[in-house]
Design a binder for this molecule. Structure first.
Ligand code: PGA
Length: 247
């Protein structure tokens, strides 16, 4: 695990974008795993800048998103479909046919999840999976207690996650109760991981992830078992780390 501590959110975002851009340049038809949430937004802005100013070419890239709320149609402004198109995809030259985001409106969710796993496999696996982290140590919607070997499936969101995400909805009751999410095992199958975290609210989760014992209580701790994992955090998110790391 390579842990980098950056001065602030902007530096974290740029460092993350550099890793993604290097891969896209080296392997134009790579498979990228994308995440939603506030954390990757700065990195997505930087990727858009690299596309517009430096011609970073996403036309052959295949994408898979980590998760989606159950019951929200793609055009809902809080769906992760909407998030990805608004904040990244519509600003770069990604090919719509190569974009995969779980379908929150799937009729048969179990079958959809099997199909999603099969699509990842068919694409040759995910080369680089971008991850945020919940204050409770979740990755994607794999909440504490999730099997560390889990695959794509439906999960019930915890009260704390629903509260954390209520800020985006007009009414807290509108926050969906379920999500489709890649499993911890699905995430761990990616060839490389890039976990980003910013702010003091993530400090406990980052301390557990980098220095704690591996436990389903903090699902992100499994990242310690990955052979090629980058963890890039800002100083506030790093504030509870005790070992020495690079900056
Ligand atoms: P955030 O969410 O980036 O909005 O903090 C991350 C997560 O919950 O995984």
């Amino acid at each position: 695990m390579l842990v980098y501590i950056k001065e602030n959110f902007d530096d974290m975002s740029k460092a993350g974008a550099r890793i993604v851009a290097d891969l896209v340049r080296k392997k134009p038809n790579c498979v990228l795993g994308f995440a939603t949430g506030g954390t990757p937004l700065g990195m997505y802005k930087e990727l858009i800048r690299l596309h517009k100013n430096e011609g970073l070419d996403f036309s052959k890239v295949t994408t898979f998103n980590l998760d989606e709320y159950v019951g929200l149609p793609p055009e809902h402004d809080q769906s992760y479909h909407y998030f990805m198109w608004e904040n990244l995809f519509k600003h770069i030259n990604v090919d719509r046919r190569f974009v995969h985001i779980p379908m929150g409106m799937a009729q048969d969710i179990d079958r959809f999840c099997e199909w999603y796993e099969a699509q990842i496999e068919k694409a040759g696996g995910i080369d680089l999976q971008i991850l945020g982290i919940g204050a409770n140590g979740h990755i994607a919607f794999n909440e504490p207690g999730s099997s560390l070997g889990s695959r794509t499936r439906i999960k019930t969101l915890t009260g704390t996650t629903r509260e954390a995400n209520a800020r985006f909805f007009k009414n807290p009751d509108e926050v969906p109760k379920y999500a489709i999410t890649m499993g911890v095992g699905t995430i761990m199958d990616a060839k490389e991981l890039l976990l980003l975290a910013s702010g003091e609210g993530k400090a406990d989760a980052i301390a557990a992830t980098c220095e704690g014992p591996i436990t389903a209580k903090w699902p992100a701790t499994i990242v310690q078992m990955h052979r090629y994992a980058f963890v890039i955090v800002d100083k506030a998110a790093a504030s509870k780390l005790t070992m020495k790391y690079t900056d």
